[in-house]
Ligand binder design. Structure first.
Ligand code: RIB
Length: 312
């Protein structure tokens, strides 16, 4: 039996609007296309873990509405266990409005809805899943207090914690820092978390080192088409990713996190797990949408084999 990955997080229905370019403040632009696609950072990561062959289970909340039904059905198709996902009264399902421009870049606004019901009490009701899992993955689209409680519980039970700090707060609470085995911000998030404003590799590295000093064990910064930078007690290493023509970067980071958790859960080395995660997200950016873009295991294995042939 593969080690279990528990993803605790958000589920949103994404309203994806494609446009030539983003509107400026006060400006109206015409959109090219509108689609509803299951998303949410937590759900995307659980979906990726399921699609990539992980023994994945998700905790999160949707509304008692048709969007909630649709999100659960879609998640089930990935193979992730959806039995812990709650359909709650009194909140509509979470939604996200996503603008995607011609270059494939996005801007996202999340309306949390039922994700607010992912409370400490709900996590307590599902404590057994924490006990049964080896890897526990969090992001920050559910109540902040629940993330803090979840990380502390995970640590108390001796689990490996991955925190994808998205959307990034101004700083992470001191009491969780030494409970984080892998912190996986993107380049913007690491700067925000550490109060830095100028985007540069020096600042990214310095931010990561600051978080290590505060107790985080590994900082793994996703850098888009530049790959990922690992900073830990052994030093820092850049893992470049393969070049592709990106059409939509939505959920690329989520795919990376889900894949990374799968790699670790299968006993891959850190180098192998990062290669597996980079390769998975390099496929996701060539497709539109969040969960609609996430590859399955065969697709990732195929690209990995092709790349090995090219390098030999
Ligand atoms: O990371 C991409 C996700 O962010 C989208 O699916 C959207 O729902 C927001 O949560």
């Amino acid at each position: 039996m593969k080690k279990q990955i528990l993803v605790v997080g958000s589920l949103n229905m994404d309203m994806v609007i494609e446009m030539k370019r983003m509107p400026l403040q006060g400006e109206t632009v015409l959109g090219e296309n509108l689609e509803y696609i299951p998303g949410g950072k937590g759900a995307n990561q659980a979906y990726a873990a399921g699609m990539l062959g992980g023994n994945a289970v998700m905790l999160g909340c949707v509304g008692k509405d048709s969007l909630g039904d649709r999100m659960k059905e879609n998640m089930a198709q990935s193979g992730a266990d959806i039995s812990g996902i709650a359909q709650v009264e009194g909140y509509p399902s979470g939604m996200a409005v996503i603008y995607v421009n011609e270059e494939g870049d996005n801007s996202i606004v999340v309306v949390s809805g039922a994700n607010r019901a992912c409370s400490i009490d709900y996590l307590k009701e599902n404590e057994q899943l924490f006990r049964d899992s080896s890897y526990i993955v969090f992001q920050m689209e559910i109540p902040y207090k629940s993330v803090v409680y979840g990380i502390q519980k995970a640590k108390e039970f001796g689990k490996t914690v991955i925190l994808n700090p998205a959307p990034a707060p101004d700083e992470l609470p001191a009491e969780v820092l030494d409970g984080i085995d892998y912190l996986t911000p993107n380049e913007t998030e690491i700067l925000k978390l550490t109060g830095r404003t100028v985007m540069s590799m020096e600042n990214i590295r310095a931010g990561a080192e600051e978080l290590l000093r505060k107790g985080v064990k590994n900082v793994l910064v996703t850098l888009g088409d530049k790959g990922a930078l690992l900073v830990n007690g052994q030093g820092s290493e850049l893992y470049p990713t393969r070049k592709v023509d990106a059409v939509d970067t939505t959920a690329a980071g989520d795919c990376f996190n889900g894949a990374f958790a799968v790699g670790l859960s299968e006993g891959m080395s850190l180098d192998e797990a990062i290669l597996f995660a980079n390769t998975s997200s390099s496929i996701a950016v060539t497709r539109k949408g969040a969960q609609s873009s996430i590859p399955n295991r065969n697709e990732v294995e195929h690209v990995l084999k092709e790349n090995i042939k090219l390098c030999s």
